[in-house]
Design a protein around this ligand. Structure first.
Ligand code: ADE
Length: 244
């Protein structure tokens, strides 16, 4: 997967993503980060990339030309990739569609993705109309820029790419797989602060363990995210269990 990220703060993303599992995936070349500093495409000697909004109002806006020049340069550098295909460009904005696991799965099918991180009060609308294919928000709150949001998206997308997670970290049984939250986990010691591990987990009886985990999943989802229960497709037995 090739990620092309257009930002005014490449060092923030570089530092944030070059560690742990995503750092290893970069080392293994399962994913590639191409960080493009929009300021390098400023068309004036002060490297200025923002200006006041027409019509007045608070704050500054990112100007369209540096973003468009940076975009054109990357498309040109990778012209074999984009010869018959418009680049998929995600603009991170609280005005976008809310990011979720299903979207992560859909983005993970691409072989390359572009991301545009906004700053200040926003970006001139004309360049957005020209380059953006997907408007995405990571939640209903306002960040100071798109950098943290793009890191969240890249983390969630990358872990779905084959080889990024080891078997140990595998995504087989986890929150959202079946639309429910994951069951609770326990490791050694057997007793901690006077609390012991549920007996069923020591029984060695896999059918009982699976049943217990499924029930815990259902109970936890009901308690913490009742909105997910409404959307999950539950079996008759599962519905009966929850009514108890
Ligand atoms: N930029 C600022 N706030 C954001 C949010 N909630 N999601 C994505 N990008 C953003």
């Amino acid at each position: 997967m090739n990620y092309h990220i257009f930002t005014l703060f490449p060092e923030m993303i570089e530092q944030g993503l070059n560690t742990s599992i995503i750092g290893k995936a970069i080392e293994k070349e399962l994913i590639r980060l191409n960080l493009i500093n929009i300021r390098d495409y400023a068309n004036n000697k002060h490297n200025k990339v923002d200006d006041y909004p027409y019509g007045g109002g608070a704050g500054m806006l990112m100007q369209p030309e540096p973003i468009y020049s940076a975009y054109k340069a990357v498309v040109h550098q990778h012209k074999e990739t984009y010869v018959n295909k418009k680049p998929r460009m995600v603009y991170l904005t609280p005005q976008g569609k809310t990011f979720n696991q299903e979207m992560a799965e859909e983005f993970a099918k691409e072989s390359s993705l572009m991301f545009l991180c906004g700053h200040y009060e926003g970006v001139d609308e004309r360049v957005l109309e020209e380059v953006v294919t997907d408007y995405v928000s990571i939640g209903d709150y306002v960040l100071t820029g798109g950098e943290l949001a793009v890191m969240v998206m890249i983390d969630a997308i990358s872990r779905l790419i084959p080889g990024v997670l080891s078997n140990k970290e595998s995504t087989e049984y986890e929150s959202f797989q079946d639309g429910l939250l994951e069951y609770p986990h326990y490791t050694r010691p057997y007793e901690f602060l006077g609390k012991t591990v549920p007996d069923v987990l020591l029984s060695g009886h896999h059918a009982h363990i699976n049943k217990w985990r499924k029930e815990q999943s259902l109970l936890r989802t009901c308690e913490r995210r009742p909105d997910l229960i409404e959307k999950a497709s539950l079996s008759e037995d599962e519905k009966k269990f929850l009514k108890k």
